[in-house]
Design a protein around this ligand. Structure first.
Ligand code: G1P
Length: 288
């Protein structure tokens, strides 16, 4: 069955980028001219996703407002004849009814956040996109994964090689063999110590999962960091269902960290059709 729904967990507190995130959700931090979450939603839509489930928490109301109409703003723009920016706002509106919002009431971990979406996802395969990670790729990272999924089925996680010193920050897979970008695996582990990591292939925050994951998440014991980990439930699902990793073509930016966020802004500014050449000149001047 086609992957129609995507779950975006947006309940996290953004402690790694405080104080910027004290009064706004980290997902709303701008990357050049749009909030980080917009890039992730665009990636999902490009992959054919028709419905997005946001798993939110307290103080995340700005995300819901962002994906709604802004009548006063639109009317004012119209009255002032600012047709270009008005058209841009309206282009980005989601189809009515194509977004759902559900709250994770306590920060019990990524696995618990995904489990909170179970009733809305129902009994069908679905994607998960962690909005901390923006992936610059064409076609989009999830679109590449959907193409691979159409061939191999089951469950698919995106992976990207990271320096060995950083494996303990990620979920890491144990690869077995590969066919192009599709990788067979024998296991996966959340935040392994560097010396016992099964590889340097880190799970990059993009997943295509079968609905059976929800039953496993329901009774998943806490793991790394004392949290209910998605990786632990996936490792169990792997015992009974096909599971592949997919090494996507593209560049991920971890906007959940200060340096990663800066790098994302830099990369998107340099490539931006309106300000790209100006940004390049500014950087050359700053270095010069
Ligand atoms: C989460 C996942 C981890 C994954 C990472 C990608 O960790 O648990 O498996 O590798 O996202 O960014 P977090 O960054 O929330 O600690």
């Amino acid at each position: 069955m086609r992957v129609r729904k995507a779950v975006l967990p947006v309940a996290g507190l953004g402690t790694r980028v405080l104080p910027a995130t004290k009064a706004i959700p980290k997902e709303m931090m701008p990357v050049v001219d749009r909030p980080a979450i917009q890039y992730v939603v665009d990636e999902a839509l490009e992959a054919g996703i028709e419905h997005i489930v946001f798993v939110t928490g307290r103080n995340k109301g700005a995300i819901e407002d962002y994906f709604d109409r802004a009548y006063e703003l639109e009317t004012t723009l119209q009255n002032k004849g600012k047709d270009g920016v008005l058209a841009e706002l309206q282009e980005r509106l989601m189809v009515p009814g194509a977004a759902s919002f559900v709250r994770q009431q306590a920060p019990l971990g990524l696995g618990h956040a995904i489990w909170c979406a179970r009733d809305i996802v129902g009994d069908e395969p679905f994607a998960v996109l962690l909005p901390d990670v923006i992936v610059k790729a064409a076609p989009s990272c999830l679109a590449q994964m959907v193409t691979a999924y159409d061939r191999v089925g089951g469950n698919v996680v995106a992976v990207d090689p990271v320096p060995e010193a950083r494996v303990s920050s990620y979920g890491v897979i144990a690869p077995a063999g590969r066919d192009g970008r599709v990788i067979e695996m024998t296991g996966m582990v959340e935040k392994p110590p560097r010396d016992s990591a099964p590889s340097n292939l880190a799970i990059t925050g993009r997943y295509i999962l079968q609905p059976e994951i929800f039953r496993l998440l329901a009774d998943q014991a806490t793991g790394a960091g004392g949290e209910i980990q998605l990786t632990d439930a996936m490792a169990r699902l792997m015992q009974v269902q096909p599971f592949h990793a997919y090494e996507f073509e593209g560049r991920p930016y971890d906007c959940g960290s200060k340096a990663g966020y800066f790098e994302a802004v830099l990369a998107h500014a340099l490539d931006h059709e309106e300000i790209g050449s100006e940004a390049r000149a500014m950087i050359a001047a700053a270095l010069g």
